[in-house]
Write a protein that binds this ligand. Structure first.
Ligand SMILES: Cc1cc2nc3c(=O)[nH]c(=O)nc-3n(C[C@H](O)[C@H](O)[C@H](O)COP(=O)(O)OP(=O)(O)OC[C@H]3O[C@@H](n4cnc5c(N)ncnc54)[C@H](O)[C@@H]3O)c2cc1C
Length: 396
């Protein structure tokens, strides 16, 4: 059996679905494949991730009709951000720059939205589109591409034909490997543990990133008295923390945050993720391209992963629509090279910059503690540096 579409998207995560939704109103036929069952895509479960979105990402999600589908009470404003080194004595403080406040009445650095709510909104958009077909529970045997066409061979014997294949299947991407694209991988040997805590004192809508010695704590403000804790630590320590009872984990979080928010209790489930950074050597192959984490899987400390995923959707989606309107090949080498150049120029500095920051702020040797402290003080006292970092956080 075989069927034909224009684009096959492999992966129905928040990036693959956003990409499929990009073609609403066009006559391009899109097939989205995922190995997961339909139930986990049509009603995604809470997974502990609160995604910090830049203003640019908000615009993209608005254009995709997804932002409007998210209940306002599930969109948490990020007013300020503070970064600490070693303890809470001295902090680097980011606020919305005054000129931005006045010129565009921006009142926040960005917004936080739970990952499952983003996925839900995108799925609800995509399921209404007549030109998008979603196939779930799918196994892929191999992928073939040549100058004329692309094929995906499924384990059930079916072959899908298209002009273009998109890999949106996460950082350990099968598609990337199948296309023979190498990647730079960085196993940080660490685990990130995420959970929500309830607390009596207000978090003042301020995100806090505390680089302690041996572990890192990020506090992401949701409601006034509800905060997402993100603890990053080496794998052996992580196993011990994960073995704690909810009360003991809440006490540990409260101790780490220096009682800043008062007596904490765990709200909801606890989740953990291995920390591996990945940057594909190229984002394209013959009649194929990588987007989202399949192209670049970021360390979450700088909160860029999904923001970069959305920019990959926007960059490649726009090029494809323009080519299609001009009756040109939507998978021509020229188009794909343009995508690769544009997106790599965006991702490479952020990927390497984030990894440098991680290696600096997880190096606890005494001289490095001094360098870490100096880095915070210099950034705090040099307005252009601070403005540049704020620009990276806000996307403005
Ligand atoms: C703790 C944590 C906090 C984060 N915080 C932020 C943040 O604040 N800001 C931010 O911008 N980003 C953040 N991120 C990153 C963000 O979650 C990712 O960038 C984003 O989820 C990537 O989406 P994706 O669709 O590319 O991949 P995924 O969400 O991984 O989805 C991939 C999809 O592909 C499917 N798939 C996989 N393999 C196959 C296959 N072989 N065949 C078919 N289907 C397949 C999977 O089932 C899945 O549905 C965070 C990540 C973590 C872990």
């Amino acid at each position: 059996m075989s069927r034909q579409s224009d684009i096959i998207v492999i992966g129905a995560g928040p990036v693959g679905l956003a990409f499929a939704r990009y073609f609403k109103g066009t006559d391009l036929q899109i097939t989205v494949l995922d190995k997961a069952p339909l139930s986990s895509i049509e009603s995604p479960a809470y997974d502990g991730r609160e995604i910090a979105l830049t203003h640019h990402s908000k615009e993209i999600l608005q254009n995709l009709g997804a932002w409007q589908r998210i209940d306002e009470s599930d969109i948490y404003p990020l007013k300020d951000a503070k970064v600490f080194n070693g303890g809470f004595d001295y902090g680097l403080h980011f606020k919305v720059p005054k000129d931005l406040k006045i010129m565009s009445s921006t009142d926040r650095l960005g917004n936080l939205i739970s990952n499952h709510n983003i996925r839900q909104a995108l799925y609800d958009e995509v399921k209404t589109l007549p030109n998008v077909e979603l196939m779930t529970d799918v196994g892929i045997k191999h992928i073939d591409t040549d100058d004329q066409s692309a094929k995906v061979h499924l384990t059930d014997g079916e072959t899908l034909h298209a002009k273009l294949i998109i890999g949106a299947d996460s950082r350990m991407s099968f598609v990337r490997k199948a296309l023979g694209i190498g990647a730079q991988m960085n196993d940080f040997g660490r685990t990130v543990i995420v959970f929500r805590v309830r607390h009596p004192l207000s978090n003042e809508a301020t995100a806090q990133e505390c680089f302690f010695y041996g572990r890192t704590l990020a506090l992401l403000p949701l409601h006034d008295h509800l905060t997402n804790c993100v603890i990053t630590l080496d794998n052996t320590q992580a196993a011990k923390l994960l073995a704690l009872s909810p009360d003991a984990l809440a006490n540990e979080a409260q101790r780490m945050m220096g009682d800043k928010l008062g007596a904490c209790s765990i709200a909801g489930t606890v989740h953990h993720y291995p920390l591996t950074g990945v940057h594909a050597n190229t984002f394209i192959a013959k009649r194929a391209a990588l987007i989202g984490d399949a192209a670049v899987g970021m360390h979450p400390v700088t909160a860029h992963g999904y923001n970069l995923g959305l920019s990959s959707v926007d960059t490649l989606g726009r090029l494809i629509i323009d080519a299609h309107l001009d009756d040109k090949d939507i998978a021509s080498p020229t188009l794909l090279h343009k995508y690769n150049l544009n997106h790599q120029a965006h991702t490479r500095p952020l990927y390497h910059g984030t990894n440098t920051l991680v290696s600096l702020f997880t190096n606890d040797a005494r001289p490095m503690r001094i360098v870490r402290d100096a880095a915070l003080r210099i950034s705090n006292n040099l307005p252009p540096v601070k403005r540049w970092i704020t620009g990276q956080l806000t996307g403005k």
